[in-house]
Design a protein around this ligand. Structure first.
Ligand SMILES: *Cc1c(COP(=O)(O)O)cnc(C)c1O
Length: 370
């Protein structure tokens, strides 16, 4: 074999997914392990989504509806927008990919922050575009530095709000000022994967940002069914944007990118407001309990507007991550993200949270971090 691998592809490092439970149990010989590493919904998918999938199984011999008509209509109604302003993806990750495919050519520039979600940069590398990666400032997106870095070649700016992995949010007033100063040729993508967990007073008015685009930079909002809606395994996300941008994204997507089970399940999940409201409520209660528990053990936890938060463990985070694996608890070490003393944990069920606190307490003592 004589592969000619292009330089931009060689340069890509694979995305590090959270360790799967099966793998942990196989490798470490532990049972009943728990995963608090990927910001999933611990209360499962909505029972209504499961029922919708069961009803749709008999039609799997047919291709899906390529326009995802019913799901798109329901999302449009939910946001008071039109179907032409919505693009669905196999996870919001795919919508990120569409944006980069449609708008970034060789040597075009894309601005992202670090540490932040890693997928933005990867798609840019695939296209042969240039990543401009700016460090967070005080754990938040450095809006001034981003503005100062914009050039005529800048196509996209990605801002996850709240940010993963820090859990911090952008002050809405700061964001509006930033958007007013942004040149019109740049698309600002607000990745709002965790917006549902955010305090209402911090949420930005996406509707008016998208609708009032005259003389302003366009704004795209990315949403997902993977977090609060509990459908990570099905891969459903979407973007809200001006019709002109949506039209470009539809050109680069496959005609059947949304499978039929994903379409019916997401529709049912969107309509199950009781399950959704419970998820938000229980997440915030769990977050408070966990944060208090962590502080009582002598560690600092960072404020978060999401279903996860960072903990300064007072020692090497990789070692703590490993020690936790032996106790059957999967968390994320933030060393690779530039926080060598931090782990990130996802809020779990009450039992999972208690299990985490026990294991965490034991590991801190074993490693003599406290
Ligand atoms: C989890 C997450 C997403 C969601 O990705 P999907 O492809 O919709 O599962 C997007 N952005 C950020 C920052 C995330 O953490």
């Amino acid at each position: 074999m004589k592969l000619q691998i292009p330089e931009n592809i060689q340069a890509i490092t694979p995305y590090p997914p959270g360790k799967p439970l099966d793998e942990l149990e196989r490798e470490y010989g532990v049972k009943n392990s728990i995963k608090l590493a990927s910001n999933e919904n611990p209360w499962g998918p909505s029972p209504k989504a499961i029922a919708a999938i069961q009803d749709a199984l008999g039609s799997l011999n047919r291709y899906p509806d390529g326009s995802s008509y019913y799901l798109t209509q329901a999302i449009a109604k939910h946001f008071g927008m039109s179907a032409q302003e919505i693009v669905l993806g196999s996870g919001s990750n795919e919508v990120i990919e569409f944006l980069v495919k449609a708008f970034v050519g060789v040597d075009d520039e894309v601005i992202t922050s670090h540490p932040s979600f890693l997928m933005y940069q990867k798609f840019v590398q695939v296209r042969g575009g240039k990543n401009l990666v700016l460090p967070l400032k005080g754990m938040r997106h450095d809006l001034q530095a981003i503005l100062a870095s914009v050039t005529a070649r800048t196509r996209l700016v990605f801002l996850d709000n709240p940010n993963n992995p820090t859990g911090t949010y952008i002050n809405p007033a700061d964001l509006y000022t930033f958007l007013s100063a942004m040149p019109e040729h740049v698309i600002v993508v607000l990745d709002e994967a965790y917006v549902d967990f955010m305090d209402m007073s911090y949420q930005v008015d996406i509707y008016s940002l998208i609708k009032n685009s005259d003389g302003r930079c366009p704004v795209v909002s990315l949403r997902t069914f993977s977090k609060a809606y509990g459908l990570s395994g099905l891969r459903v996300g979407f973007g809200l944007m001006a019709k002109e941008i949506a039209d470009c994204l539809h050109k680069v997507r496959q005609p059947f990118n949304m499978n039929s089970l994903a379409q019916v399940a997401a529709l049912a999940a969107l309509e199950d407001t009781a399950f959704f409201d419970q998820t938000i409520k229980k997440t915030i209660t769990g977050r408070n309990i966990l944060m208090r528990g962590v502080e009582e053990l002598g560690c600092k936890s960072y404020p978060s507007e999401t279903n996860f938060f960072l903990i300064d463990v007072g020692g090497d985070a990789d070692a703590l991550y490993n020690a936790m694996l032996y106790k059957g608890v999967i968390v994320r070490s933030m060393r690779a993200y530039g926080f060598p003393q931090c782990i990130r944990i996802t809020i779990g069920t009450d039992e999972e949270n208690a299990r985490f606190l026990n294991a965490f307490s034991e590991c801190l003592k074993e490693l003599e971090y406290v």
